[in-house]
Design a binder for this molecule. Structure first.
Ligand code: NI
Length: 192
């Protein structure tokens, strides 16, 4: 396994729609290695997720993992390592909450993004097994963020009010307490 360079906002690959992975490609050494490298890269950067576009590959592959002690997102419920290939997501109802998000490809910026609180997620895992799951709350938001990457979208595109944009230092100073309280209420109410 090796770490790959994470590309940053402005790189055209972040604006491309990634293409579906065929079953043969999924079994290939190069795609299996890509998945291993994405997991290592995400963990090294303390990310909650990483999409293939972010390491310069336009394939519909993303990884999500939230360890309980994640320093970037201490309020997020834990999510075991989940590798999603060719994922499809649909909201289950109209409920939306503003989530304060950051992104490894958008250094030192966070902002408030409306996200569906209940989604159905269908995907293939790295072995080619199909899954269908319901994800809720902040975890639903994390998966929506990663699927956006595969469609060439960044959280910046979805920030409803640009006045919510903040550096990580100023988030810590002025916004973290409020947001953590909101995050706690979301987790209590809708789970993850
Ligand atoms: Ni991101």
């Amino acid at each position: 396994m090796s770490r790959r360079e994470i590309v940053e906002v402005g790189h055209p690959v972040l604006r491309e729609r990634a293409r579906e992975v065929t079953p043969d490609e999924l079994r290939s050494d190069s795609v299996q290695r890509l998945i291993d490298d994405m997991v290592e890269t995400m963990r090294a950067a303390n990310g909650a997720g990483l999409a293939a576009n972010q390491v310069g590959e336009t394939l519909r592959v993303a990884v999500v993992e939230v360890r309980p002690d994640n320093p970037r997102y201490p309020y997020k419920p834990a999510v075991p390592l989940t590798v999603i290939v060719n994922p499809v997501i649909e909201p289950l109802d109209e409920e939306v909450e503003l989530i304060n998000e950051g992104c490894l490809s958008v250094p030192n910026l966070r902002g408030e993004v409306p996200r569906h609180m209940s989604v159905r997620l269908r995907y293939t895992d790295r072995e080619g097994e199909e899954h269908e799951e319901v994800r809720r709350g902040l975890t639903a938001g994390t998966f929506q963020h990663e699927l956006d990457h595969l469609d060439g979208k960044l959280f910046l595109d979805r920030v409803a009010d640009p006045a919510t944009l903040t550096t990580w230092d100023q988030f810590e100073r002025f916004h973290r307490d409020d947001f953590e309280e909101r995050a706690r209420r979301i987790v209590e109410r809708v789970g993850s």
